[in-house]
Design a protein around this ligand. Structure first.
Ligand code: 3PY
Ligand code: MG
Length: 266
């Protein structure tokens, strides 16, 4: 089976600079795949991507060796298994708040005896190799999003879930549940302390810690702080910023760019 390069990097103590695909299109995914990211995530939660678009995006990404993951909409085994069958090499699952959520999530990502994933890796065998069924439990990553105060309260129990490979911090939701401004790249002291606590607790167990960032500067800072997967914005966000900058440069417009609200952070 194709080795999961995210896992290889984590084992070598290296971080992945991760791209985020929210645009439901195979060509934008192909462009992202050729842009030099270490890994890519197709976002079926807040991205505009449905299952059929996601399949074509996985095919586009597989014109390169970049490992694809998917963020699913919720802790729902059906879509987790469908994305894995389509060839995602890992799943990022939002709102894992309890050890029960974590066990349900990890179980959906792993075949028996580790979990209850159903056998039927229709495209995954084509993409990842004919020995997929026997190797998938080792190579497929189950990454739980920690993004609420409830998850913080249950952090140790969630991280101790057998088979969990990593965590992914959602700073916006986390801040919102802490009563802080809901933004990526937070500076609120309480939110920053929570992020650092999650990264340290994951690293102490040999789990990969990921975080969604808005800027390369914050992402680099997070790598220095111990994060092993840092996302920078999204395809849509990067496209919008580059387009706005080009128009502004051509028009010689010196006015401030319109700030995007937190809701458009992806
Ligand atoms: C959040 O900030 O809540 C996220 O889910 C980022 O992906
Ligand atoms: Mg979130």
């Amino acid at each position: 089976m194709r080795a999961n390069e995210i896992k290889r990097r984590w084992q070598a103590g290296e971080a992945c600079v991760n791209g985020w695909c929210a645009i439901p299109n195979s060509f934008s995914a192909e462009l992202m795949a050729h842009a030099g990211w270490d890994s890519l995530t197709i976002d079926l939660q807040h991205g505009l991507v449905d299952y059929q678009a996601a399949v074509t995006m996985l095919q586009a990404i597989s014109t390169t060796a970049v490992p694809p993951t998917a963020r699913v909409p919720w802790v729902e085994p059906g879509i987790i298994m469908k994305m894995l069958d389509a060839g995602a090499m890992g799943i990022i699952c939002p709102m894992i708040n309890t050890p029960e959520d974590a066990a349900k999530f990890v179980g959906a990502c792993k075949y028996a005896p580790l979990g209850y994933r159903s056998s039927g890796p229709t495209r995954a065998v084509v993409y990842a190799g004919s020995d997929y069924l026997s190797k998938a439990n080792e190579e497929i990553l189950a990454i739980a999003m920690i993004e609420t105060t409830q998850a913080l309260d249950n952090l140790d129990a969630i991280l101790d879930t057998p088979g969990l490979d990593g965590v992914y911090i959602g700073p916006t939701d986390l801040a919102m549940t802490m009563g802080a401004p809901p933004v990526l790249d937070p500076t609120d002291k309480g939110v920053v302390a929570a992020i650092e606590r999650i990264i340290d607790a994951a690293n102490a167990r040999g789990l990969g810690a990921g975080i969604h960032c808005a800027t390369p500067e914050y992402a680099s800072k997070m790598i220095q702080r111990g994060a092993k997967l840092v996302t920078i914005a999204s395809d849509g966000r990067i496209l919008a910023a580059a387009a706005a900058a080009a128009v502004k440069a051509c028009k010689g417009d010196n006015s401030e760019a319109k700030p995007a609200g937190p809701g458009s952070a992806y």
